[in-house]
Write a protein that binds this ligand. Structure first.
Ligand SMILES: NC(=O)c1ccc[n+]([C@@H]2O[C@H](COP(=O)([O-])OP(=O)(O)OC[C@H]3O[C@@H](n4cnc5c(N)ncnc54)[C@H](O)[C@@H]3O)[C@@H](O)[C@H]2O)c1
Ligand SMILES: O=c1ccn([C@@H]2O[C@H](COP(=O)(O)OP(=O)(O)O[C@H]3O[C@H](CO)[C@@H](O)[C@H](O)[C@H]3O)[C@@H](O)[C@H]2O)c(=O)[nH]1
Length: 429
């Protein structure tokens, strides 16, 4: 089967590479010509562990190529995966303009080269979108439409795509199910076969539920901070119950990234359009929005004022192992610190250039100790290994005052307190 992947961002590129590694012939297509040129030269446009090597292997094997348009490179495609972005529109709903532009391209391709094809929507889209796309493409003839949401995480994208937790396929025709079953042959994972609408909702509901776990713990952390209890220990004790599970109980500065923030808001918007209020999710969103402010307020209390203080910020990406700063909590932290007149030095192994474009007034250091130099306090924002495994004697020697605010509960609290640091975590001190 000839596979085309439309959109070569995090999801599209990972999808293209993983299908190629599974032995399919794949063409990656993107409207961003510069990105396509780099991909042709085996240069991965994103920081994602292992992806660049896998990209080179897939290209060298002859299974993967790239093209700037469907007509140029994917005329014979039997299956077309739509993996374009669905960012937040002004009203919070998912902006589907990239998706419908891709559908237009597919319609033009089908008019040019008519054949039996399956169009698979992998982008995260509101319930009903795949049915709309099917209605639009019905006039072309010969096209089935399926929904196959993606659950990969940034930082472990390739691994997640090669060994997914589950494969969800929504369709309304046996032919479409058969095509996707063949494509995923050999991938070990439970399958869910359902309607397109169910598949679309499974994606949003999964992200909303994970976001809810995080906000629950972040709110609990606020109680722990007052009671003097340790949210980490509480989370561990809770997570040992298999009905709760240990994952996504990590209190911190809130969830960021290209998915949870926009997907929770898009689900709220979808529910509102249908006259339903998802009140738990509303609280999840609101709590997340205030979490960095809540933590920085504790820092302000500790220092008396932030004005004129030198603050070191360690970690800027929305999570470790990515250079993605979309909705990163670091942006909110920098905003508050700068607004209140602090002098900020920051360190991140890969995300500094992207943040520097937004915050030129911050000093960007090339290692954590340089960022900590003469600092009145340090804030851990992203738990990169490079920001967590520090030589604490050196940290103490370079800082102006040994004040550590651990926004990810990743530093060794007890050892640091014993070593004479002032340690404040999120619901843990
Ligand atoms: N990033 C993730 O971890 C992740 C995980 C699961 C699902 N998703 C969902 O997958 C979708 C894609 O996310 P992403 O992070 O990969 O997006 P992205 O912004 O990284 O990449 C989207 C790509 O699509 C290209 N594009 C836009 N319009 C196009 C068109 N008409 N034809 C061809 N290419 C086009 C863009 O140039 C860009 O390269 C979104 O709906 C997102 O919610 C993302
Ligand atoms: O216990 C936790 C777990 C995560 N986070 C934060 O939550 C955000 C998202 O983390 P993660 O889920 O690991 O990263 P993403 O790459 O955004 O992946 C999520 O979003 C993707 C896009 O929809 C989905 O495909 C994935 O299944 C889903 O985990 C990050 O800011 C994390 O710091 C916490 O604060 N506490």
């Amino acid at each position: 089967m000839e596979v085309a992947v439309v959109g070569t961002g995090y999801v599209g590129l990972t999808t293209a590479v993983s299908f190629a590694l599974h032995g399919h012939r794949v063409t990656g297509v993107d409207v961003d010509a510069a990105k396509i040129n780099r991909l042709k030269q085996k240069i991965c446009p994103i920081y994602e562990p292992g992806l660049e090597e896998a990209l080179a292997r897939a290209i060298d094997s002859g299974a993967l190529r790239f093209a700037a348009s469907l007509k140029e490179g994917a005329r014979d495609a039997d299956v077309l995966f739509i993996c374009v972005g669905t960012p937040e529109a002004a009203d919070g709903s998912a902006d589907l303009s990239y998706l419908f532009a891709a559908v237009d391209d597919i319609r033009a391709l089908q008019a040019d080269v008519p054949k039996q094809r399956t169009v698979v929507i992998k982008s995260t889209v509101p319930v009903g979108t795949a049915d709309r796309v099917a209605a639009l493409l019905a006039a072309c003839g010969g096209i089935h439409v399926a929904s196959n949401p993606e659950f990969l995480r940034e930082g472990s994208a390739l691994q997640d795509a090669l060994s997914p937790s589950r494969i969800v396929i929504g369709a309304d025709a046996d032919e479409a199910f058969a095509v996707l079953k063949r494509l995923y042959e050999g991938v070990k994972a439970p399958r869910v076969f359902t309607t397109r609408a169910d598949a679309e909702l499974i994606k949003y509901a999964s992200n909303a539920f994970l976001a809810t776990k995080i906000s629950f713990m972040n709110e609990l952390a606020r109680l722990c901070a007052v009671l003097g209890t340790d949210v980490q220990t509480v989370a561990r004790g809770m997570g040992l119950d298999s009905r709760i599970g240990p994952e996504f109980l990590q209190a911190g500065l809130g969830f960021g990234g290209s998915c949870f923030p926009k997907d929770t808001i898009a689900l709220l918007q979808l529910a509102k359009q249908h006259g339903v209020s998802l009140s738990i999710l509303e609280k999840v969103r609101d709590l997340n929005a205030t979490q960095p402010d809540w933590f920085i307020a504790r820092l302000r209390d500790r220092l008396g004022t932030l004005h004129g203080k030198r603050i070191a910020v360690l970690g800027l990406a929305f999570k470790p192992n990515t250079d993605d700063i979309r909705e990163a909590p670091s942006l909110k932290v920098l905003n508050v610190l700068l607004r209140e007149g602090a002098a900020v030095s920051a360190y991140d192994p890969v995300a500094s250039p992207a943040v520097a474009r937004l915050f030129p007034q911050v000093t960007y250091a090339s290692d954590p100790y340089a960022a900590l130099q003469a600092a009145d306090a340090a804030v851990l924002v992203t738990e990169w290994k490079q920001c967590v495994d520090l030589d604490w004697q050196q940290v103490k020697a370079v800082m102006n005052a040994p004040v550590l605010f651990d926004g990810r509960n990743a530093w060794p609290a007890d050892a640091l307190s014993k070593a004479g640091f002032v340690y404040v975590g999120v619901g843990r001190s």
